[in-house]
Ligand binder design. Structure first.
Ligand SMILES: NC(=O)c1ccc[n+]([C@@H]2O[C@H](COP(=O)([O-])OP(=O)(O)OC[C@H]3O[C@@H](n4cnc5c(N)ncnc54)[C@H](O)[C@@H]3O)[C@@H](O)[C@H]2O)c1
Length: 389
């Protein structure tokens, strides 16, 4: 697909507007459709503000900024997708609505138009099933904020043709994004492998081992993550993060590894969503003080090690089940959520035997399947192998 191809984006919310900005910056004509006129107006205003800031910072010049906004046709008429080479859907996360929309899209676009979904948690196969020509449907999952985060997960459904997969991936690679190929399974790569970052942190808190501030301190200062789990959940929003956890848990047939937490559920029920509501695990009201962590290194290391081995176990299991290649699993976590290192490379550095021992200790101590080591980890330790030579 070349630069002449018109890119359609459905949904002018935070993701849709960001995707439209990327495509227009890459010199495509873009049609950005939203049924809500207010959402359209607000996305146009926001985009102009972002571009003005880029001009101010001398990242682009004035002429480029005018050209980018000029390439986007803000529209409330879905029929304007008629001449698009690809339409990327970024509307509300609801399978019934997405299916209806995909059926409708197929009636508007040409026979060779690719139809993509930016869904975070729904199955691409079920979205594709709403189309007659389901082999043209694919998942193209951007991360928030889309113009800044380099990673894009490419998710072919069982119905997706090789041609659709190759064209879609080449297009997004051409937009200077880092693409990884992943199986159409719950959470794809990032939202699956990252679960323990939140879940194990919450469990450590619930057991009374440490408070939010201490766990965040351990994960940033000792483990090198950019944000601690509680600061990050407050940033994402506890309502959203909880829903993703619950969706992934149900989608994995209630595997205890993904069991949600009452602490997060209650925070969400209380309206303590995080930054956007002024209060989450931390208080964001003006003048509120940030709690001091307990900077006990032994305690910090215990916390960090426990979360890291759980993350590594998840990454190993994703590799075991052929969700993606080892390179793509590592790229996904460093480029999609800024992890300080790829988890499989990190596993080699720590030593697989050491990781297995720690997991086996937790498994024996808790008697909970949540801590069962991945079969691949056991095999690799038995065969004295590493992920990278
Ligand atoms: N927000 C994130 O961090 C994030 C990250 C990756 C993927 N996603 C996924 O991207 C999608 C959009 O998320 P978002 O955060 O941008 O949502 P959002 O609520 O900010 O925006 C959704 C937009 O879609 C519009 N819309 C809803 N139904 C529509 C319809 N039938 N036709 C046209 N427009 C319609 C709404 O008016 C709204 O402007 C979801 O599938 C979500 O799971 C979100």
């Amino acid at each position: 697909m070349n630069k002449q191809a018109i890119v359609g984006v459905l949904g002018a919310g935070s993701m849709g507007a960001g995707i439209a900005q990327i495509a227009a910056t890459q010199e495509h004509q873009v049609v950005l459709v939203d049924l809500n006129e207010q959402a359209l107006a607000s996305s146009e205003a926001k985009l102009k503000k972002i571009l003005a800031r880029l001009v101010e910072k001398e990242k682009i010049d004035e002429a480029t900024s005018i050209a980018i906004i000029g390439r986007i046709n803000f529209s409330s008429n879905i029929n304007d997708f008629k001449s698009c080479g690809i339409v990327i859907e970024a509307i509300i996360e609801n399978i019934d609505i997405k299916q209806q929309v995909f059926t409708q899209l197929e009636e508007i676009v040409s026979a060779d138009c690719i139809l993509a979904s930016n869904t975070s948690s729904l199955s691409i196969a079920s979205i594709a099933s709403a189309c007659e020509k389901s082999d043209r449907v694919i998942g193209i999952h951007f991360f928030n904020p889309a113009p800044l985060m380099p990673l894009v997960e490419i998710i072919p459904a069982v119905q997706t043709s090789e041609a659709t997969k190759n064209t879609a991936r080449a297009l997004i690679d051409g937009w200077k994004k880092v693409t990884v190929l992943t199986k159409d399974t719950p959470g794809f790569i990032v939202n699956r492998v990252a679960r323990p970052f939140y879940g194990e942190a919450l469990k450590i808190y619930e057991e009374g081992i440490a408070d939010f501030a201490t766990i965040d301190w351990a994960m940033t200062e000792l483990a090198g993550f950019r944000m601690g789990p509680f600061t990050l959940m407050d940033y994402i929003g506890n309502d959203i993060n909880y829903t993703v956890t619950e969706t992934v848990f149900a989608a994995f047939y209630y595997d205890p590894r993904y069991r949600p937490s009452f602490t997060q559920k209650r925070h969400s029920e209380a309206g303590w969503y995080g930054r956007k509501s002024g209060r989450g695990y931390f208080n964001y009201a003006e003048g509120a003080t940030t709690p001091e962590p307990n900077k006990d290194e032994a305690l910090g290391n215990e916390i960090a090690n426990r979360i890291i081995v759980m993350l590594i176990n998840e990454a190993v299991d994703a590799l075991f089940l052929n969700i993606a290649t080892k390179e793509d699993i590592d790229l996904a976590m460093t480029k999609g959520v800024n992890y300080p290192a790829g988890l499989l490379r990190w596993a080699d550095e720590i030593g697989l035997e050491d990781i297995l021992l720690r997991l086996e200790f937790l498994y024996a101590e808790y008697g909970d399947d949540r801590y069962r080591p991945s079969v691949l980890l056991r095999r690799m330790v038995r065969d004295e192998k590493t992920f990278y030579s």
